[in-house]
Design a protein around this ligand. Structure first.
Ligand SMILES: [Zn+2]
Length: 296
């Protein structure tokens, strides 16, 4: 999820802490905990002012694979956690899940510690995006995943990188760690979290199609970049959430209700426990309302 914190920054005085780069440093994460999800597989939980972020690292027989390094601040803690659970192991690669900078800044901190030449893996469009916007504070990928996907072997660990669709930027890769039947999924599906604000720019049909694609994967565990590690049951709950929301909003539209009337009339009791429901549910209604008006 892409978040602009500029107003908050002035209020909280983060600038005064001496950070001098755009982007990667202003996402002031607090480390929460490390969660062991399988043998040699760890999820790190962080929080910022708004929401929880998760990322993963895997310890292979040859070294460590680190996913989304989040931000410089998070990456300093990320280094400590790798050294704690994989002492003296080299870092074999960093993986970017997609092009949103709130997940992928911070690689340079990992590389300062583990070596400037640690390769960075990402979908091919991430490189194009970083070139186009010239985001100098984010290290560019040098192993590119094509739309057709790619499988790579790191010591005793096989990782398949798959492209399932373009709903949350046309750059998202799903990583499947074959030996432990575990997937890492970022942003286009989460574990018991409502959609981010009013789902700006998201093709909702594609979004739901991608979630259903995940259900076909040969995996037992899913780790998410938002929400705790879970299983396919989390994806099923997400699909049900959107199905229910689509039905409710369709009904309002069929009754000739305005967006505001629709927002004031729908509550989904079953999903009120989803994280950020109070903040973003009305935004989700707006997204579905405008989507149905535009496409159906
Ligand atoms: Zn994102």
């Amino acid at each position: 999820m892409k978040v602009i914190f500029l107003v908050l920054l002035f209020v909280s005085g983060v600038f005064s802490k001496g950070f001098n780069d755009e982007g990667s440093t202003y996402n002031p994460f607090t480390f929460v905990k490390a969660i062991k999800t399988a043998n040699n597989a760890y999820t790190l939980e962080f929080r910022n002012d708004e929401e929880s972020y998760f990322t993963n690292f895997y310890i292979t027989s040859k070294g460590v694979i680190a996913f989304d390094p989040l931000s410089d601040i998070a990456a300093y803690e990320y280094v400590k956690q790798i050294k704690k659970y994989a002492p003296n192991k080299p870092l074999l690669a960093i993986v970017y899940s997609h092009l949103h900078t709130d997940h992928i800044a911070g690689a340079r901190v990992l590389r300062e510690e583990f070596g400037k030449n640690v390769p960075i893996i990402a979908h091919e469009r991430v490189e194009k995006y970083l070139d186009y916007y010239n985001l100098s504070y984010i290290d560019k990928p040098n192993i590119l995943i094509p739309y057709s996907g790619k499988t790579m072997k790191f010591g005793n660990t096989t990782i398949e990188f798959k492209y399932l669709g373009s709903a949350h930027t046309d750059s998202i890769i799903v990583a499947i760690i074959k030996e432990i039947k575990q997937a890492y999924i970022c942003d286009f599906a989460n574990n018991d979290v409502v959609g981010w604000t009013n789902l700006p720019g998201i093709n909702l049909d594609e979004l739901i199609k991608m979630k259903k694609e995940v259900l076909k994967l040969d995996i037992d565990v899913i780790t998410f970049c938002h929400g705790k590690p879970g299983t396919k049951e989390a994806i099923k709950r997400q699909v049900k959430y959107y199905d229910t929301l689509f039905k409710e909003v369709s009904f309002s539209i069929s009754k000739g209700m305005s967006l505001e009337e629709t927002q004031n009339s729908i509550e989904l009791e079953e999903f009120k426990y989803f994280k950020n429901y109070d903040d973003w549910f009305k935004g989700n209604i707006e997204a579905v309302y405008l989507w149905l008006k535009r496409t159906k």
